[in-house]
Design a protein around this ligand. Structure first.
Ligand SMILES: Nc1ncnc2c1ncn2[C@@H]1O[C@H](COP(=O)(O)OP(=O)(O)OP(=O)(O)O)[C@@H](O)[C@H]1O
Length: 786
């Protein structure tokens, strides 16, 4: 097709060259250019002088007669003929066409058949003429008589609507056939057509000058350019994912002897390809991480018991009155007058809000804390002076009959059910009986402390139960560390649903200190891997990453996958620090510092919140603190940076802070049989084939003792080596992903590669170094072995 076109053009240009000599062409060209120019000048002038010259039209023989047109009688008559009697303002097109033809001859650059340019030029001229005729009642000079008459004729025969339809149709024909507009480009067509028309008449001149580069175009129009030699590449070529933009080449020839042909290459605009991710979403819908366990049923609320049956919170008027009188009395003894007092009854404590008389110093009340507690003869008085944001002083007095807050009631609360959070946790109820729900993802890590028997284990169970009630197994995974060996055992039943573990370990719940160290380091590797994924996906956190993945904007073949949140729970942290010290502290600090963005969250609980257990570096990275009753003020300060936890009353009474004010809460109570029921319910359902696999971590004593035995190598050894050399990253998980290998096999191959000198030795949580820089070097190395 392209060849045929080329031949055609060549033969035309040959014909043209042979029919006229060069001088003839210059003479003809200059004549036409000047004629066109004369017409343009006459036409311009005619618009200003036509009325004055009207009476002199036709009087050409009268030599003395002077008209006002710049080209005198010639101008006036020609203008009258072409504009008034002819086509109106569109007569300029005729003048342009004449000039254009002249230019072609003058520069001897006949490119495409002029006939086509003339044909479309005349159509346009007529159309514009009729268009103006349509708007002008009289045969004004904008439309000329021809335009007016044609319009008149059309209206007589096909009426106003018919005329509009016909005119619109001709316009569409012009736009589609001449300007090659496709329906998709219709929106831009109006703008474009204007530009094209200009190009027809203006840029032709520019294009003919050999030193001037032709204007870039997105489409190749055979009527406009001279010789189009190439159009590359074509569709027949191998389909590439993103084909390079086709280029246009123009060869500008020169007749001057010895002058070199200049090839001008201009890349065409890139074609817009349909967005792949949008197409995938359209075809398959968003990626659904829950699909694999699509029939999974969340545990029902019926599995939880209502521990409050028969003990609904009742306001004991007598107790309230008594306490109020005592508070007022005690304060009066110290000459503190009270203007107003208000009581809020909570499940375990009642808050008395006091507005003291004007002029009373708050520090004075605070200093009297012990005295007030003594005279109220109650344990657990906490004075909040002032209550932030309220301007009152609070005195929390424990109730004689504290009420249990059931897990059932907080899970069933609308606040929890409607929580739009990533990892919602329903801790319990506030002093004003509101359900307290926080997002673990926002915390992002939490320290939990409390003396033995004060409700820590129940608190951890409440946290885990909240997540089990709200999150699908695909969305969250737990890493459970339980040195006491008995607290979290129940969760073994949901191993293949919710737990994450190291490869090749039997128990998902970690009780052994050595395994804790490996797991923590493995989480560090997981963290680094996830950061790599986030970097490649150009997102800042796991939420954005998963959204992008769901929208199918990340290719699983590049190692991308839906990332579940990982919640690491460590019960009895003190025990770990005592036995493993820095080995545990360092990875925990690292995770706490960096893991928030990639969805690994830590909950660390301890009985002894002393400074050698909760070191500065750990504390600094755990903004959320939760304290059950502790035994001393010092412990309270260590965990909360504040006194108060020593005055709690135990049994789930707790203080929680996220860095700002302390909130007193009654922890939701979930009994062991309830946890057993929940885990049984989940455990009985279809599960993943195995627990979520964390990356392998081999301790320092690990390493390879393999000989570099070529015969014993894995069948995929070479492929695996190529993967690592290309990625320049010696990681087993990369091999797992790319070659779809099991963990053990990937690990074995890495060991063989170390023996072969392709990757460096094991480097803890970092990926191994790749010692071979390029594929060529790898091929050389492996070929030399054989
Ligand atoms: N939120 C609560 N509401 C009512 N009672 C509670 C609550 N939390 C704990 N208790 C009571 O306190 C007892 C001890 O709680 P838990 O086992 O959680 O303590 P702990 O702090 O984990 O102790 P340890 O550190 O010795 O394991 C429970 O058996 C229960 O009777």
């Amino acid at each position: 097709m392209a060849k045929k076109k080329k031949k055609n053009l060549e033969s035309q240009s040959k014909k043209f060259k042979t029919s006229l000599s060069k001088q003839q062409k210059i003479l003809l060209g200059s004549f036409l250019i000047l004629l066109g120019l004369a017409l343009i000048l006459s036409f311009i002038s005619y618009f200003f002088t036509w009325q004055a010259d009207q009476s002199d039209i036709g009087n050409i023989a009268e030599r003395k007669l002077q008209t006002q047109n710049w080209l005198n009688k010639f101008g006036a008559n020609v203008g009258h003929f072409f504009i008034y009697n002819g086509f109106g303002v569109s007569a300029f097109i005729l003048a342009f066409l004449i000039s254009l033809t002249g230019t072609r001859y003058f520069f001897d650059s006949p490119k495409k058949p002029l006939l086509k340019v003339w044909f479309w030029g005349m159509i346009l001229m007529l159309w514009i003429s009729v268009f103006f005729g349509f708007f002008n009642g009289n045969a004004s000079i904008l439309s000329g008589i021809i335009g007016f008459e044609i319009n008149d004729l059309m209206q007589d025969y096909i009426g106003l609507a018919g005329t509009i339809i016909t005119m619109t149709f001709i316009l569409i024909v012009y736009l589609v056939v001449r300007l090659k507009l496709t329906p998709e480009m219709v929106i831009n067509a109006i703008k474009k057509s204007k530009k094209e028309i200009e190009e027809d008449f203006v840029s032709e001149e520019v294009a003919t000058a050999p030193t001037v580069a032709p204007k870039a175009k997105t489409e190749v129009d055979e009527t406009k350019e001279d010789i189009i030699v190439e159009n590359k590449p074509k569709e027949e070529e191998k389909p590439a994912p993103t084909p390079p933009a086709p280029t246009e080449k123009l060869i500008l020839k020169s007749d001057v002897e010895g002058d070199v042909e200049m090839e001008v290459e201009q890349a065409a605009e890139e074609e817009e390809v349909e967005n792949l991710s949008e197409k995938l979403v359209k075809d398959f819908g968003e990626f659904d991480p829950r699909l694999e366990l699509s029939n999974y049923r969340f545990p029902s609320i019926e599995l939880l018991r209502d521990h409050t049956i028969g003990s609904v919170i009742t306001i004991d008027q007598e107790e309230l009155e008594e306490n109020k009188n005592r508070i007022v009395e005690t304060l009066n003894n110290y000459k503190i007058g009270i203007a107003n007092i208000k009581a809020t009854v909570g499940p375990t404590v009642t808050l008395y809000e006091i507005i003291p008389d004007a002029g009373v110093r708050i520090s004075k009340i605070k200093n009297l804390e012990d005295d007030i507690a003594l005279s109220l003869s109650a344990l657990g008085i906490r004075i909040i002076a002032p209550i932030p944001g309220r301007g009152t002083i609070g005195i929390e007095v424990p109730n004689k009959n504290p009420k249990i807050v059931s897990m059932r009631s907080v899970i069933a609360s609308s606040k929890f059910q409607n929580a739009e959070m990533e990892l919602p946790i329903a801790f319990g109820k506030t002093i004003s009986n509101e359900t307290f729900v926080v997002d673990l993802a926002k915390m992002p890590h939490m320290l939990m402390a409390g003396a033995t028997g004060q409700g820590k284990s129940v608190g951890l169970n409440a946290v885990l139960a909240s997540l089990l009630y709200k999150k699908h197994p695909a969305e969250v995974k737990f890493v459970l560390v339980d040195p006491k060996k008995v607290e979290l055992t129940l969760f073994n039943k949901i191993e293949r649903h919710y737990l994450a573990k190291l490869p090749d370990t039997d128990e998902a719940i970690i009780t052994d200190t050595n395994k804790v160290i490996n797991t923590l380091n493995s989480l560090c590797i997981e963290m680094d891997n996830r950061y790599d994924l986030l970097k490649n996906a150009m997102v800042r956190n796991i939420k954005e990453y998963n959204t992008k993945f769901k929208n199918r904007k990340l290719n699983p073949n590049d190692g991308h996958q839906y990332l579940p949140y990982i919640v690491l729970v460590i019960d009895e942290f003190a025990d770990l620090i005592m036995t493993a010290g820095k080995e545990v502290e360092t990875p925990i600090a690292r995770l706490a510092q960096l893991a928030r963005a990639i969805g690994i969250h830590l909950i660390v609980a301890t009985q002894r919140p002393s400074v050698n257990v909760i070191t500065g570096i750990i504390k600094a990275n755990f903004p959320a603190r939760l304290a059950f009753r502790v035994t001393s003020k010092i412990d309270s300060r260590t965990i909360l940076d504040n006194a108060g936890a020593d005055q709690l009353i135990g049994r789930g009474d707790m203080l929680f802070t996220q860095g700002n004010e302390l909130v007193r809460l009654q922890c939701a109570f979930v009994d062991t049989p309830e946890v057993a029921d929940i885990t049984d319910f989940i455990g009985a359902q279809k599960a993943y084939p195995e627990a979520f696999q964390l990356p392998e971590y081999v301790g320092e004593e690990g390493g390879t003792t393999l000989d570099n035995n070529v015969d014993e190598r894995d069948a995929l050894f070479r492929d695996a080596a190529e993967v690592l050399v290309i990625a320049q990253q010696g990681s087993a998980s990369l091999l797992q992903r790319k070659l779809k290998l099991g963990y053990n096999r990937a690990g074995r191959i890495i060991d063989q590669m170390e023996a072969a000198g392709i990757v460096g030795p094991f480097e803890g949580s970092k990926a191994r170094q790749v010692l071979v820089p390029t594929l060529e070097a790898l091929n050389q190395l492996l070929d030399n072995e054989n």
